[in-house]
Design a protein around this ligand. Structure first.
Ligand SMILES: Nc1ncnc2c1ncn2[C@@H]1O[C@H](COP(=O)(O)OP(=O)(O)O)[C@@H](O)[C@H]1O
Ligand SMILES: [Mg+2]
Length: 345
């Protein structure tokens, strides 16, 4: 699996690791193991995240713990460190295992949406009084001006690329949404998970939401982007690279009802609530721009060669999915704003 595992595992006394990957994560290498009788998760962290992220994870998860909100916790090495670095410079960590938990790659109905919403609401409410400045930051996240500069540069440089015409059509189509797009600092920042996709919410066997995992993206962020990213993932019944993406308003309402029940005590500003649908639309456009850029630059880590001829074509399909979702969000904007107002106030 990874030649470094053997030496890494010695840094936690009595740690034994199962070499088969655990779960369906795409970013980190996730394994499960045991320390004595206690089950744990062992992760090799993707190099996109610097080791300093563990200071943030520790600050946030200890605060959640103190607030009585379930969360995985980092298990320190015998030397007392939050993580350890292998010979190739990559971080490894051990996390407590959330017993009886499952993650899902899609929201399969309103009750799942409600439970996901409730779980995130609890998380946000518990972090409202956290005083922490983040060690680890990722510039450009949800900054539509930054993304636009990226795609404009790629279009300029890759005029001879076989997918150039298709990408240029995608860029033109994005123009329809310009008036709806929100700037990155549209509302004051709050503590955010930063990657609320469906597979980062854990549920128990009865379908109740348990907690959030995948904490490498913790950040201060405007709420309409934090929740907009969740809505983008939860309320589109299609996969990211499948045609026919749209926003399902029933799932939207169910998710917000759960959120409202979970976030008891979090005082959302009416403007934050009002801007949630446009935050979601901005994220769909941000991702479309990113995938269009990747299509020309032939980048992305999880290309599926069984379904697409080239990396570029897979990225183009992803971009089309986000464009379709953006169209659906723009068409439903009024009704989504109404639902947000009535469920969250
Ligand atoms: N502490 C945990 N307890 C139980 N399951 C976990 C835990 N952490 C992660 N998982 C499972 O492993 C999957 C991948 O982990 P995640 O941290 O999301 O990595 P990735 O960044 O690769 O998505 C999750 O979707 C979840 O199913
Ligand atoms: Mg994940």
């Amino acid at each position: 699996m990874d030649g470094n595992l053997e030496s890494i595992a010695t840094r936690w006394a009595r740690l034994s690791v199962d070499r088969a990957p655990y779960g369906t994560g795409l970013i980190n290498l996730t394994l499960s193991g045991f320390i004595d009788q206690r089950r744990v998760i062992v992760q090799r962290v993707h190099p996109a995240f610097a080791d300093s992220v563990h200071q943030d994870i520790e600050a946030v998860t200890s605060h959640l713990d103190r607030s009585g909100v379930l969360t995985p916790r980092l298990v320190r090495t015998d030397a007392g460190a939050l993580s350890t670095i292998d010979g190739e410079g990559r971080s490894w960590r051990v996390l407590t295992f959330i017993d009886g938990s499952h993650s899902h790659d899609r929201i399969d109905g309103p009750s799942r949406a409600t439970e996901a919403g409730r779980t995130v609401g609890r998380f946000h409410a518990a972090l409202a009084d956290l005083d922490h400045g983040y060690e680890h930051t990722r510039p450009g996240i949800h900054d539509i001006a930054f993304r636009r500069a990226g795609i404009e540069r790629a279009v300029e440089v890759h005029g001879a690329h076989p997918l150039y015409d298709e990408v240029a059509r995608g860029v033109d189509a994005l123009g329809a949404f310009t008036d709806h797009l929100l700037p990155v600092d549209v509302t004051p920042s709050r503590h955010a998970h930063g990657d609320l996709k469906t597979s980062n919410v854990l549920f128990d066997g009865d379908g109740s939401g348990l907690c959030l995992v995948d904490l490498d993206t913790l950040a201060l962020m405007a709420w309409p982007f934090e929740m907009g990213d969740a809505i983008r993932s939860w309320c589109n019944p299609k996969r990211e690279d499948e045609p026919g993406a749209r926003v399902d308003t029933t799932l939207f309402e169910a998710a917000l009802r759960g959120y409202h029940a979970g976030c008891n005590g979090l005082n959302l500003d009416p403007l934050e609530i009002e801007l949630l649908p446009r935050g979601t639309l901005t994220i769909a456009c941000e991702l479309a721009m990113r995938f269009l850029t990747d299509a020309l630059e032939e980048r992305y880590f999880s290309f599926d060669p069984a379904r697409f001829a080239t990396r570029g074509e897979h990225n183009l399909a992803r971009a089309r999915g986000q464009l379709a979702l953006a169209r659906s969000l723009a068409a439903e904007l009024g009704s989504l704003e109404h639902i947000a107002r009535t469920t969250l106030r």
